[in-house]
Every structure is written in C-alpha cells, then in structure tokens.
Design a protein around this ligand. Sequence first.
Ligand SMILES: Nc1nc2c(ncn2[C@@H]2O[C@H](COP(=O)(O)OP(=O)(O)OP(=O)(O)O)[C@@H](O)[C@H]2O)c(=O)[nH]1
Ligand SMILES: [Mg+2]
Length: 293
Amino acid sequence: MKDEKFQAGFVSIVGKPNVGKSTLMNRLIGSRLSITTPKPQTTRKNITGILSNDNYQIVFIDTPGFLKPRYLLQEKMIESINESLKDTDVIMIICDASFFPTDYDKKVIELCKKFKGKILLVMNKVDLVSQEKIKEIHQNISNLPGEIFLTSCKLGKGIDDLRKYLIDNLPLHPPYYPIDNIATQNVRFFVQEIIREKIFLYLEQELPYSSAVSIEIFDETKDEVNILANIFVESRSQKKIIIGKNGSMIKKIRKASEKAATEFMQKKVRMELWVKIRKNWKKKERILKEFGY
Ligand SMILES: Nc1nc2c(ncn2[C@@H]2O[C@H](COP(=O)(O)OP(=O)(O)OP(=O)(O)O)[C@@H](O)[C@H]2O)c(=O)[nH]1
Ligand SMILES: [Mg+2]
C-alpha cells in the first residue's frame, strides 16, 4: 500500500519581520505564492504553501513577522503565529545572518524552546555577510536548539539542502490535502495580495500599513479574468497620494498588478481599482473581519 509509506507534515516559518520568510517559502515550493517586499510586516496572515509529490507532502505555514501589538490588526497577526505553532511538526526560525543574533531572534528562540517537535534555525541572506561573520554565527549557535542551515534566497543557495532535510524528516502520515493543491486560500485572495504587494513596493511610510484590498467583482471566463478591486485607506490625504497626479500612481499599481496576476493565473487579467476611505479600519473588529483578517 502506497499510503502507508506516505510522509506528510506541517512546517511553520517564523521570525523577525523582513528576514525573508515569505521569499524562503516561495523558494521551497518553487512558486511565487506569498508576497514579498523590502518593507517589514508585509505578510498579515498565515499563508499556506504546499509541496507534494507521490511520496510526500510538506505543508508550509508562512507567518507574519513577530511583533509587539500596537493595534488590533497586529494582535490578529500574532494570533496567526500562535495558531501556526499549535499543530506543527517542525518550526523553522528564520534569521537575517547579517544581524544575528538580535534580541528579537533570542526571544523567538526562547519562545520556541517549549516546542516538542523539531526546530530548525535558518540563517538567511548569507549573500550579504563575510566569512568572518559566518564563523561568528557558528560560535554563537553552539548552545542553541535544533539544526542550523545557511541560505541565500536571493542566490538560491542552501535551499535544496534545506528542502531535502525537511522531506527526509517528515513523519509517516497520509496527505493532508489533495496532492495537486499548492495553496489553501483561493485565487481571489492571492490577487488581493498581489495588489497589496504593489502598494508596498510603490508607496512609502504609513500608506502601505494603512491600506487594505478587497475584491468586489471577479469575473473569470475561459481565457480572461476581469477584476474590480477596492483599495481602502484611512484618510483623504492618503487617497490623494495613492491616486497620484492625474491618476499616475494608481495606474502604475494597476499595470503592475495586472501583469503579476496574469502570470499567477496564466490568463489575461484586467483590473479596475477604486480607492475608498475607511477611517481606523485597523482598529475595528468588524472591518478587519470584512477584509479577511
Ligand atoms: N540580499 C538578500 N535579500 C533577501 C534574501 N531573502 C529575502 N530577501 C529580501 O528581503 C526582503 C524581505 O523578504 P520577505 O520574504 O518579504 O520577508 P518576510 O520575513 O516574509 O517579511 P514579513 O512578511 O514582513 O515578516 C525582500 O526585499 C526580499 O527580496 C536573501 O537571501 N538575500
Ligand atoms: Mg512575509
């Protein structure tokens, strides 16, 4: 019986904002599923990414960077992390090799010590560090729990070894999801995330953190998709910035989102974007629910 030998397990990806958690998950599953940007706190809720073949299935949970909650949205983000640690087989703690060990890294490691499953420490962004620093890291980690991996998601270094280790150490278990699934969220959600990614890429300061995206119309035919999406911001002045002079900024966001969504869906995507104001949405339970947080 093939099923008796099947290996499957959950791997949670945790760590400080901006260390490369989402980029690493995308690399491991070989698909740009979770959005990634140079700004911290890009990921807002757990994103499941699934890697399977006929013999194994790894279910990755990409979490929002750990942080101290300042508003309700951030509390929700922390809930996401705790949720991901409950039933997981492996915790991967990702650190930025350049700054390791930050107080933050130490706290996360301390928190994960309670965990009974396997712990992996992944030092990412090794493309940015010297040999000296790598030696120093090795000295620093001698008394830490778990296996250590050095990766560069930018150069694709160390990814295959890490993936192989994870596969080799999966428990015997039937698949949790159909083996042709790569995600648990629907396509609409990922298109929403793509638009949010472009807002993070093109706008500065508070604006990305003050915006949320919700899709109103998602009209899919055999060879194309027409989408109407709302971008919610918190004030009139933010609305002005996101629209830009003569609509130039919103056009840029739309063009880039259409291109990325077309690649993601493998069919022509056309979008219309509307900018709307929802004051204090980050602090209001009802609106957070409506936006899917
Ligand atoms: N130089 C270098 N940059 C990297 C590497 N891995 C990721 N990055 C960059 O680091 C930034 C943050 O990556 P993300 O994957 O969004 O980080 P994250 O940990 O998911 O961040 P949050 O979702 O905000 O917690 C992006 O600009 C990535 O391109 C790496 O190995 N080397
Ligand atoms: Mg992320």
